[in-house]
Design a protein around this ligand. Structure first.
Ligand SMILES: [Zn+2]
Length: 138
């Protein structure tokens, strides 16, 4: 009897790829995750500093000042969100690599072209579904 998970089933894009190629993707994803993680931690620290400064000199603020601070804070917040999103994506892709679903589109479950995965290793949807998603989100 076979141990669970020993056999990669399905029609994933990783099927027919050499173990070496799959390992390569894993290494890229791991590197991406690590650097995004580091960037995120840094951004969180920066963000906290920004808030502390803000609390510190809020008393003497005029309108223009607090306006530019709000913009600065918004930019910092959206950077945090972007980094977190990307980190989650990379993590998600690694999980899919582990469970053998990597390379299949989460939208239409067709195989994502390998060329796309090479450029965007954390992609979990094909170009078509990605565009659909973005259209829905905006
Ligand atoms: Zn799709």
């Amino acid at each position: 009897m076979l141990v669970n998970g020993a056999v990669i089933t399905g029609k994933g894009a990783t099927k027919g790829r050499s173990a070496e190629e799959v390992e390569q993707i894993r290494t890229i994803l791991r590197g991406r995750f690590d650097s995004l993680n580091a960037e995120y931690e840094l951004a969180v620290a920066e963000n906290q500093k920004l808030r502390l400064v803000e609390i510190g000199d809020a008393a003497g603020d005029d309108q223009a000042d607090s306006g530019s601070k709000t913009a600065e804070r918004d930019a910092a917040t959206s950077l945090l969100r972007t980094l977190l999103d990307r980190r989650t994506q990379a993590e998600h892709a690694m999980q899919r690599l582990d469970d053998g679903t990597y390379g299949n589109c989460e939208g239409c479950s067709n195989a994502i072209p390998w060329e796309r995965l090479e450029v965007f290793p954390s992609a979990t949807t094909c170009v078509h579904c990605k565009q659909n998603r973005e259209r829905r989100a905006s």
